[in-house]
Design a protein around this ligand. Structure first.
Ligand SMILES: [Zn+2]
Length: 340
């Protein structure tokens, strides 16, 4: 752990940026100088000249694409793959965290809530790597942690990073596995209710009325049977029944009756619906379902998987005067914040 941290402090964090935009062309501006980068198959062209790689000549850069632009700290390396630009931003850990906490946390949250989020984002860098086979540590999406460069850096996010310098969330001296989400809806989820093989003593369900100000605290959504059938790739749906719910209220198994009778895990069913029909359909796997004519009414609570830290809950706890260590101890029972 210590050696990994020392290495990361020296080299910074490598973040794959803007990949969701599938850029074929972009302008990179460094110190007022603009270069036009284009990808043609696996060839990179810089100002129409073939080049294996582009490396920014100094720290700090902006990228312009279509009618958008974004600025970043650190350096940039670019190459081309399959007709797309691959952009990797090497950035100091503190600069990355000051950006990520602004992108991830509830807007306007108090400093103590920001500090709690920073400790989690820092710990995630070391324990949550999901890109082992790629030449970067993190992507800039919520798959890892949302990162939008300087766009989300404020005086408060910088202060939250500085006041938690070197602090990690630990359990029995080891850094924790980090899961966090928007809104629990009144009770966080046990990790095993979402991912049956995922277990840690500190990833268990706790009450969470602090997130009641969230717009996602309770929700209701109607889906037609044909929408559900199409998403599940079956011809029709005649009935839906929750087979089992966990003590934390998350749906464990759900049965779909129609052209076929199929049982899905609750979380898996939710993922299929949100991927095919939009994230606002089933915001969490805490729901009940009732048939209503040709449709099904889903009524539920919370947004996200519900495991670990609730961002709206943390903002509510900070509003009530809780410190960042108290917030983290609530959402991850038995853990401690420690400085490495
Ligand atoms: Zn990722």
């Amino acid at each position: 752990m210590l050696s990994i941290k020392l290495i990361m402090m020296i080299v910074g964090v490598n973040v794959n940026i803007l990949s969701s935009h599938h850029l074929e062309e972009a302008a990179v501006i460094v110190d007022g100088h603009k270069d036009i980068l284009k990808a043609r198959r696996s060839n990179l062209y810089v100002n129409e000249k073939s080049s294996e790689r582009y490396r920014s000549p100094s720290e700090g850069f902006s990228i312009e694409w279509k009618d958008k632009s974004r600025s970043y700290e650190g350096s940039l390396e670019v190459w081309a793959e399959d007709g797309e630009l691959i952009l990797v931003n090497k950035v100091e850990e503190d600069a990355y965290l000051a950006s990520v906490v602004g992108a991830e946390m509830v807007p306007g949250a108090e400093l103590e809530a920001l500090k709690a989020q920073v400790v989690l984002c820092r710990t995630f860098i070391y324990t949550g790597c999901r890109h082992q086979d790629e030449p970067w540590d993190l992507c800039d999406l919520t798959h890892c942690q949302s990162y939008r460069g300087l766009e989300t850096v404020t005086a408060a996010t910088g202060k939250a990073v500085a006041e938690t310098e070197g602090m990690f969330l630990t359990y029995h001296g080891e850094p924790c596995k980090i899961y966090y989400h928007s809104t629990s809806g009144g009770r966080t989820a046990d990790a095993r209710s979402i991912w049956p093989d995922e277990y840690a003593p500190y990833l268990r369900s706790v009450p969470d009325h602090y997130c009641s100000a969230s717009p996602h605290y309770s929700w209701r959504y109607t889906l037609t049977s044909s929408q559900i059938a199409q998403a599940l790739d079956i011809t029709h749906v005649s009935d839906i029944e929750v087979v089992e719910s966990a003590p934390d209220n998350r749906v464990i198994e759900i049965r779909i009756r129609g052209s076929e009778s199929v049982i899905y895990l609750g979380w898996q069913f939710r993922m299929i619906m949100t991927r095919k029909l939009g994230w606002g359909t089933l915001k969490s796997s805490w729901f009940e379902v009732h048939k209503d004519g040709e449709g099904f009414i889903f009524t539920g609570h919370g947004l996200g998987h519900g495991v670990g830290f609730s961002q709206w809950g943390a903002a509510g706890m900070a509003d009530d005067g809780a410190g960042f260590k108290e917030i983290l101890a609530h959402y991850y029972p038995g853990t401690e914040v420690k400085r490495w």
